[in-house]
Write a protein that binds this ligand. Structure first.
Ligand code: 5GP
Length: 208
């Protein structure tokens, strides 16, 4: 029996709130966690690696995967499709691994329908609008037009904050990481996720 049931950890935020940095740090600290690699029809940004950041595919390929029910959830964001392939998620959970999803509120809502028991939903907020814009500009990956588009989209993304279990205002990276570590530890310790507890308690009362 697997020692515990894997968690599905959803991290959502407006672009530029620091989610990618937090996700990378979390993965680096936990061998038993893996990232869900989404498929997208958007073009790779400078510095992005196909197969690591995303699987970059054409709209035709996306639609054919969609028709095959290959996605656990999907959404259209900024005129492009984004979707979570179902098979790797199942594999990770079967192995007792946690899986992290960097998906938007639309994906979080769909996963809530599909797998509420395994889900832990965390929303990351920037400390202010000014800081959000500064972070978007400083990463120098997007054109001014794209940055303006992301800023105007951030308001509608933020409006979904109350659909999440946990909300972190990412002002200080160290403090945000401490909070995420605490959330993961507490969620892992939940009784329903400790599959070994039943047999353990049986042995305990029988003095074995
Ligand atoms: P970006 O283009 O900046 O990488 O991502 C844009 C938005 O799409 C982000 O809010 C990100 O969380 C979301 N996103 C990325 N992959 C997926 C996915 O597979 N499903 C959904 N629903 N959203 C995704």
């Amino acid at each position: 029996m697997s020692k515990r049931r894997g968690l599905m950890i959803v991290l959502s935020s407006p672009s530029g709130a620091g989610k990618t940095t937090l996700t990378r740090k979390l993965l680096a600290e936990h061998d038993d966690m893996q990232m869900s690699i989404s498929a997208t029809t958007r073009k790779p940004r400078t510095g992005e690696t196909p197969g690591k950041d995303y699987n970059f595919i054409s709209t035709g390929e996306f639609e054919s995967l969609l028709a095959d029910n290959a996605f656990l959830e999907y959404a259209k964001v900024f005129d492009n499709y984004y979707g979570t392939p179902a098979a790797p998620v199942q594999d990770a959970l079967d192995q007792g691994k946690d899986i992290i999803f960097d998906i938007d509120w639309q994906g979080a809502q769909q996963l809530t329908q599909a797998a509420a028991d395994d889900l832990v939903k965390i929303f990351i907020l920037p400390p202010s609008k000014v800081e959000l814009e500064r972070r978007l500009k400083s990463r120098a990956q997007d054109s001014d037009e794209t940055i303006a588009k992301r800023m105007s989209k951030s308001e509608s993304e933020i409006s979904h904050w109350a659909e999440y279990d946990y909300v972190i205002v990412n002002d200080d990276l160290g403090q945000s990481m401490d909070l995420i570590r605490a959330i993961v530890a507490a969620e892992r310790a939940k009784r329903k996720r400790q599959l070994w507890l039943g047999p353990f308690v049986n042995n305990l009362v029988q003095g074995r």
